[in-house]
Design a protein around this ligand. Structure first.
Ligand SMILES: Cc1cc2nc3c(=O)[nH]c(=O)nc-3n(C[C@H](O)[C@H](O)[C@H](O)COP(=O)(O)OP(=O)(O)OC[C@H]3O[C@@H](n4cnc5c(N)ncnc54)[C@H](O)[C@@H]3O)c2cc1C
Length: 404
C-alpha cells in the first residue's frame, strides 16, 4: 500500500458527527487533496447534540434545525459519505476498516471519531416508558413521551440528567430527579456549586433524591410498561416515564479486535495519534494534555471540533505537536447558562469568588495542587474570559486568590 504524503493520502473518518465532520472540513480547508471517506452508523445527516437536551426537547427547534451543515455541504467538499452503516472492525496491519454491510475500505490515515454511547441497564431495555437520550431519534422519542407524561423520574444528577429534568418540568410534568452524589453536578463542579444547582432545581419544583440511597433498586412494571421506581432506600416513586442519564461509554467495540490500546476510549499520545497514521478526536479520544499534565477524555462539544482541527493539521504536516487546550463546556439549567474553562475533575479546592446562581451572576475558581486549573461562571462573560487566560498560563493559586 502506498504511504503517500499527508496532502494526497486517503483519509477514512469513522464517526460522522461533530468531530468527524470537523476533521473532514479542516482537511479540505487546509488543502488536503486526497480522497476523504466519512463513515457514520446513523442514517441521519450529521447533527448537533447539545440542543437535543435543550431546545429540541423543549420543542423550540425541529429535527431539521439541529443539522450540523447544509445538506450538500460535504458533497461540495468532495467527501464520500457512507451513512447508516457502522464500522465493525479495524485491521491496522492491512489498514482496512470493515463495515456492517460486509464491505471493507482501506485507508492511509484513519481518524476515529465514534464518540460515546449512553450507558444503559440491559434488564430495562425491553420496558416501555424507559429511555436514554444520546441520539436524535432518542431525543425525539423522549420529547414525545414527556408530552404525554404526568410524572417523570430522571435517573442521573449530571449535566444531561439535570438539563432533561429542567425541560420536563418546564413542559408541565411532575419531575423527580435522582442522583447518587450528595449534590447535583458534584463530580464535575464540586459540592458548593452542586448545592446551588440543587437549590435552583428545588426552587423550581423538582423533587430531588440524592446520595447513595438514590440508587435505583428496581422498576415496577405493569403490562410491560414502567409504573414506578423503587430506590435502594426503600422509597418508591410512581412514574409513567423514566429517563436514564447515568453516563456514557466510549464507542470502541468495533476496535476491540484491533491492536489499539483502549483503556477508557482510544489511548493516544499528546498529539492525538493512537498508532502510526491513526488518530482519535472528540468524546472517544483519551490523550495526554501537557498543559494540565493529565491524561484526559472529555465530552465537550467545542473540543470535538478543536481536536479535529489539530488532527487534520498533524495529518497534513506530519508533525507531532501536542494538543494542549484549555477545555471549555457549557450547560443550560432552566434559564441559567453555566460555562466553564479548564480541567475541573479531581480538583482539590473550589472558591466561589463572586455571587451565586440565584443572583444570576457567579464566578468560582478551582485549584489542583498549587495551580489554578479552572473557572466556572454564570452571567460574567468578561471575567470568565480573563480567568480563562489565567488558567491557560497556569497561574499560581495564591496569585489567583489575591486577584479575586
Ligand atoms: C444530549 C446532549 C447534550 C449535550 N450538551 C452539551 C453541552 O451543553 N455542552 C457541551 O460542551 N457538550 C454537550 N454535549 C456533548 C457534545 O455533544 C459532545 O462532546 C460531542 O457531540 C462530541 O462529538 P463527537 O463527534 O466526538 O461524538 P458524537 O457526537 O457522539 O458522534 C459520534 C458519532 O459516531 C457514530 N458512531 C459510533 N460508532 C460508530 C461506528 N462503529 N461506525 C460508524 N459510526 C459510529 C455515532 O453514531 C455518532 O454519530 C452534549 C451531548 C449530548 C448527547
Amino acid at each position: 500500500m502506498s504511504r503517500s504524503g499527508g496532502m494526497d493520502a486517503k483519509v477514512v473518518i469513522v464517526g460522522a458527527s461533530a468531530g468527524g465532520v470537523s476533521a473532514a472540513e479542516a482537511l479540505r480547508a487546509r488543502g488536503h487533496a486526497g480522497p476523504i471517506e466519512l463513515i457514520g452508523a446513523e442514517k441521519h445527516a450529521p447533527y448537533d447534540r447539545p440542543p437535543l437536551s435543550k431546545q429540541l426537547l423543549k420543542g423550540e427547534l425541529l429535527a431539521s434545525d439541529v443539522a450540523l451543515r447544509a445538506s450538500n455541504h460535504l458533497q461540495d467538499l468532495d467527501v464520500t459519505e457512507r451513512f447508516g452503516v457502522g464500522a465493525t472492525a479495524l485491521d491496522t496491519r492491512t489498514r482496512t476498516v470493515t463495515l456492517a454491510d460486509g464491505t471493507q475500505t482501506d485507508y492511509e490515515r484513519l481518524i476515529i471519531a465514534t464518540g460515546v454511547s449512553a450507558r444503559r441497564l440491559p434488564s430495562w431495555n425491553s420496558v416501555g416508558g424507559v429511555y436514554t437520550l444520546r441520539t436524535l431519534d432518542e431525543a425525539l422519542a423522549v420529547q414525545a413521551a414527556i408530552r404525554g407524561a404526568k410524572r417523570v423520574v430522571v435517573v442521573g444528577g449530571g449535566f444531561l440528567g439535570t438539563e432533561i429534568a429542567a425541560v420536563a418540568l418546564t413542559l408541565g410534568a411532575e419531575v423527580v430527579l435522582a442522583g447518587k452524589a450528595s449534590a447535583l453536578l458534584e463530580s464535575s463542579l464540586g459540592t458548593a456549586i452542586g448545592e446551588q444547582v440543587a437549590g435552583l432545581h428545588i426552587s423550581r419544583g423538582i423533587q430531588l433524591i440524592t446520595g447513595p440511597s438514590a440508587t435505583v433498586h428496581q422498576l415496577q412494571v405493569q403490562d410491560g410498561q414502567v409504573t414506578g421506581v423503587e430506590f435502594r432506600s426503600g422509597e418508591f416513586v410512581q412514574a409513567d416515564l423514566v429517563i436514564l442519564a447515568i453516563g456514557s461509554e466510549p464507542a470502541v467495540d468495533w476496535l476491540r479486535s484491533s491492536t489499539l490500546s483502549l483503556t477508557d476510549g482510544v489511548d493516544c499520545g499528546s498529539d492525538c495519534s493512537a498508532e502510526e497514521g491513526i488518530y482519535a478526536v472528540g468524546d472517544v479520544a483519551r490523550w495526554h494534555n501537557p498543559l494540565f499534565d493529565v491524561s484526559m477524555r472529555i465530552e465537550h462539544r467545542t473540543n470535538a471540533t478543536d481536536q479535529a482541527i489539530h488532527v487534520a493539521e498533524r495529518i497534513l504536516d506530519g508533525d507531532t505537536t501536542a494538543y494542549a487546550p484549555v477545555p471549555y463546556f457549557w450547560s443550560d439549567q432552566f434559564e441559567v447558562k453555566i460555562q466553564a474553562h479548564g480541567y475541573l475533575r479531581g480538583h482539590d479546592e473550589v472558591k466561589i469568588i463572586e455571587g451565586n446562581l440565584d443572583e444570576g451572576r457567579m464566578i468560582a475558581i478551582y485549584r489542583t495542587g498549587r495551580t489554578l486549573t479552572g473557572v466556572v461562571a454564570v452571567g460574567a462573560a468578561k471575567a470568565l474570559r480573563e480567568w480563562r487566560g489565567h488558567v491557560a498560563t497556569k497561574m499560581d493559586w495564591q496569585d489567583a486568590v489575591s486577584l479575586s
